[in-house]
Design a protein around this ligand. Structure first.
Ligand SMILES: NC(=O)c1ccc[n+]([C@@H]2O[C@H](COP(=O)([O-])OP(=O)(O)OC[C@H]3O[C@@H](n4cnc5c(N)ncnc54)[C@H](OP(=O)(O)O)[C@@H]3O)[C@@H](O)[C@H]2O)c1
Length: 301
């Protein structure tokens, strides 16, 4: 397989690059991250690719001629999307359309990452066949992209996930933000009413590769096995990573005052994944223990 990983400078893209094993090859793209930013597994300088630029997308596909595409690129800042809906749609929907058209032109198989934010969080966890009802602009753009892909003749793989975390210095993922705050002795307000399934990025990347390798198409929910609220996740992380738990302040989502509404009782059911692939993702305790080792010795990452 010859992969093009679009958005390899992001969290999931990096771990996807890292998970690809020879004899498969992968080229990862970045958009705004400075050239030279570390893209795991890249053997050559990563190409710059802005998916909103259709000509650039066509040129990269023409050069790389991928058999498989992992589309990890998106505007993922949920509150930014809420305040900039046109920009969010430009990247998360029109950008996806450009990649879809290039995949069709080159007969490339497409795997796309989506989110539990397509659901309203009233009655989660949700199965693949439950009716989506996004609360936020971000969630709506991801659902619009899903529908665009499912309406095409391409038979894409759509992987919905959530609360993805990993050891990744400089990343804004929840655990790295938490570690950054607690290390400096700064308090962090954390929602105690947002329930979900924290998902360890290396596991997610490995499972995504397995699904692609098995030729799966359609929607798959890929999340970790533990259902918990953000605050309990933060407290568990502080305990295992060796930080002072008293700096974590439980707070309601209403009090947090985030710009975009969040699905509160969210989460994703993984019965389909377990049925077809077997139990695949590790729980938060094992993953956090791995992260503890990496925090102590970043070379172990
Ligand atoms: N992380 C989560 O908890 C989570 C949960 C559910 C779903 N997802 C989905 O999983 C996917 C990957 O998420 P992530 O956490 O890896 O996101 P991330 O860390 O924010 O990375 C986003 C990636 O998209 C790239 N990008 C942004 N705008 C672009 C554009 N116009 N053209 C091309 N590339 C662009 C970024 O490139 P530069 O940095 O170089 O600009 C970066 O590589 C997204 O589709 C997201 O919706 C993530």
């Amino acid at each position: 397989m010859k992969f093009l990983v679009v958005g390899a400078s992001g969290q999931i893209g990096r771990f996807f690059m890292k998970a690809v094993r020879p004899p498969d090859e992968a080229t990862g793209t970045f958009c705004h991250a400075p050239p030279g930013a570390r893209v795991y597994g890249a053997r050559k300088a990563p190409p710059k690719l802005d998916i909103t630029d259709a000509a650039q997308v066509r040129a990269v596909f023409e050069r790389e001629r991928p058999s498989h595409v992992a589309l990890c690129a998106a505007l993922t800042h949920v509150d930014f999307c809420q305040e900039h809906p046109e920009q969010a749609a430009k990247v998360n929907v029109e950008g996806v359309r450009n990649v879809l058209e290039a995949c069709a032109a080159h007969a490339s198989k497409l795997a796309f990452f989506s989110t539990e934010y397509v659901f309203d969080g009233i009655n989660g966890p949700y199965g693949e066949n439950d009716e989506p009802r996004p609360l936020s602009v971000y969630g709506q753009t991801k659902l619009d992209a899903e529908r665009l892909l499912l309406g095409s003749a391409l038979a894409p793989l759509i992987i919905r996930t959530t609360v993805v975390y990993s050891f990744l210095p400089g990343s804004k993922n929840f655990i790295m933000q938490l570690a950054d705050h607690l290390r400096r002795g700064r308090c962090m307000n954390v929602a105690s009413d947002q329930y979900s399934h924290p998902t360890y990025a290396p596991n997610l990347a490995a499972v995504a590769l397995s699904l692609i390798g098995a030729g799966k198409t359609g929607i798959y929910h890929v999340v970790g096995p533990d259902y918990m609220n953000r605050c309990d996740f933060a407290l568990k992380a502080a305990e295992i990573l060796g930080f002072d738990r008293s700096f974590i302040r439980p707070i309601s989502t209403a009090e947090l005052g985030q710009k975009a509404p969040r699905p509160l009782r969210a989460g994703l059911k993984t019965d389909k994944l377990a049925r077809e692939l077997g139990p695949a993702l590790t729980g938060v305790e094992a993953a956090l223990r791995e992260i503890r080792l990496q925090l102590k010795d970043p070379n172990a990452a």
